[in-house]
Write a protein that binds this ligand. Structure first.
Ligand SMILES: Cc1cc2nc3c(=O)[nH]c(=O)nc-3n(C[C@H](O)[C@H](O)[C@H](O)COP(=O)(O)OP(=O)(O)OC[C@H]3O[C@@H](n4cnc5c(N)ncnc54)[C@H](O)[C@@H]3O)c2cc1C
Length: 460
């Protein structure tokens, strides 16, 4: 279904859209905690909206002295889209829940908008945020690497030996890469000569540096793994951003997009149109081109060798190492199965898993927006479980993914997902969602606002 692209015609973006959340969240901090039965109703109603309205309904004061005795301690591992949102909403809605967030990186660096850094249209500082907002609202933010989780003793252990006990654990560790099936890939990544830039940060900056260092006339090759991978439209957006840079700065250069899939995996017609309109001299797209081996900056495919000056390999992905180590991975040897009403692992009780690490419900994308929505379902459910109250039986979540096709023109894909009790999973709501009619600059502004708002929604 085609979706119109003007703001007044984007009602889906309002239901659980981070665009509305920061204002609601600030208000939430000022509203007195409702009585228990009313609070229950508001929690259920709010969770049914996917979280956007829940911030107002489930407010509690976080002011010192206003909290009752603690009803439990929740440790959240991973301060990305899922984990940071969960920590913030547990703190905001829980009132008297102790929330600890453990994250290995000093700062949050966003994957969304990172392709603009690769293209030279943003700096890495533009997509970097601190965890100070979470600390200021009372979340205990711990910098550290979680190396083991003892689900029986209910404690996590950090690399420095610190042990953190929990009543409930939230794990949103994102993805790690499966490099074993591709000869030479791990050494190439270890050497730094080949980057993935599929976790934003130093690799994003390095890919940009390599593009700038490449002579005019040089070849860039980007490989895309077979689905499922993090952010289905992300590689095609990256192709646009690299091509936009080459078109102006290195017009004799080419980008080869080597896709293991038989066709473009998201917003296909819109990307094809953008490539034909803007980048026909820059982008050469090769479907069914799975990467077999990496030798220097040469990509070896089944029947072909592609020699590149800059090789950007997006490797196949699975749930992050800590999920594997903890015995949570129970679907296709790659992903974590969850109970969608609580986001609790189907393998290990007491551990709620969010975001890209999960085996998705039908048509549910691995996106930052979806991880943010998972977090709100989990935060509401955990508070209710700690209070021995029933969890919301009918959650609804939604997703919008914007992609830049030029520095300013953007396309979106949106969807709404409703929990269906008879099937015990989320399913897309018929008739909801869709894609832009055409790339346009208005959505360029929405995309940047979406990013600012979701960063505020998760980090304060
Ligand atoms: C180029 C690109 C563009 C994208 N664009 C969009 C977009 O426009 N819109 C969108 O919605 N999504 C987009 N995405 C997808 C989005 O980034 C992911 O879906 C999202 O980050 C998933 O959130 P998460 O919480 O599961 O994982 P992450 O956000 O990756 O967070 C995981 C965190 O856990 C930490 N961690 C992991 N293990 C440990 C451990 N053992 N101890 C301590 N900390 C640990 C990591 O350091 C990390 O901070 C894009 C992705 C890419 C790569």
């Amino acid at each position: 279904m085609t979706r119109p692209s003007t703001k007044s015609q984007l009602p889906l973006a309002a239901a659980g859209d981070p665009s509305a959340a920061p204002v609601a969240s600030r208000d939430a901090d000022r509203i007195a905690q409702p009585a228990s039965s009313a609070r229950r109703r508001w929690l259920a109603a709010g969770a049914a909206l996917g979280g956007g309205a829940l911030a107002v309904g489930c407010a509690s004061s976080t002011a010192p002295g206003a909290r009752g005795p603690s009803i439990g301690r929740v440790v959240v591992v991973g301060g990305g889209f899922g984990g940071a949102t969960a920590a913030r909403y547990l703190q905001m809605w829980g009132g008297n829940v102790d929330v600890v967030l453990v994250e290995r990186n000093a700062q949050f660096v966003s994957c969304p908008i990172s392709n603009l850094v690769v293209g030279g249209f943003k700096q890495v500082g533009d997509i970097t945020r601190s965890y100070g907002g979470l600390s200021a609202m009372g979340v205990k933010v711990v910098r550290g690497d979680v190396v083991t989780i003892d689900a029986v003793a209910k404690k996590v252990r950090l690399a420095d030996g610190t042990e953190l006990p929990y009543d409930r654990l939230v794990l949103s560790p994102g993805i790690d890469f499966m490099t074993d099936g591709i000869g030479g890939l791990q050494p190439a990544l270890d050497s730094g000569r080949v980057v993935h830039a599929w976790k934003a940060g130093p690799q994003t900056v390095e890919l940009r540096r390599q593009l700038e260092a490449m002579p005019n006339g040089g070849t860039v090759a980007m490989t895309i793994p077979a689905t499922p991978y993090r952010c289905p439209p992300g590689p095609y957006e990256r192709a646009c951003m690299i091509a936009a840079y080459l078109k102006t700065a290195k017009p004799r250069s080419k980008l080869l997009v080597l896709d293991a899939n038989p066709e473009i995996q998201s917003k296909k017609a819109l990307f094809e149109r953008a490539w034909a309109q803007h980048y026909k001299d820059q982008i050469e797209y090769k479907p069914n081109s799975g990467l077999r081996e990496v030798a220097g900056t040469t990509a070896r495919l089944e029947f072909d060798d592609v020699k590149a000056d800059v090789l950007n390999v997006i490797p196949p992905q699975r749930a992050a190492d800590i999920a594997v180590k903890t015995g949570l991975v129970n679907v296709n040897n790659r992903w974590v199965g969850v109970n969608w009403l609580t986001m609790e692992s189907t393998a290990v009780p007491g551990i709620h898993v969010l975001g890209d690490a999960t085996f998705p419900a039908p048509a549910m994308p691995k996106s930052g927006h979806m991880a943010n929505q998972h977090a709100k379902v989990a935060a509401a459910a955990i508070i209710q479980l700690l209070r021995n109250e029933p969890v919301n039986p009918t959650p609804v979540v939604m997703n919008t993914c914007y992609s830049f096709v030029t520095q300013r023109d953007v396309i979106h894909v949106a969807s709404v997902h409703q929990f269906v009790a008879t099937k015990n999973t989320f399913e897309p709501v018929p008739g909801s969602g869709g894609v832009s009619a055409a790339a346009n600059q208005i959505e360029g502004r929405y995309a940047l606002s979406w990013a600012e708002n979701i960063w505020t929604d998760m980090l304060g």
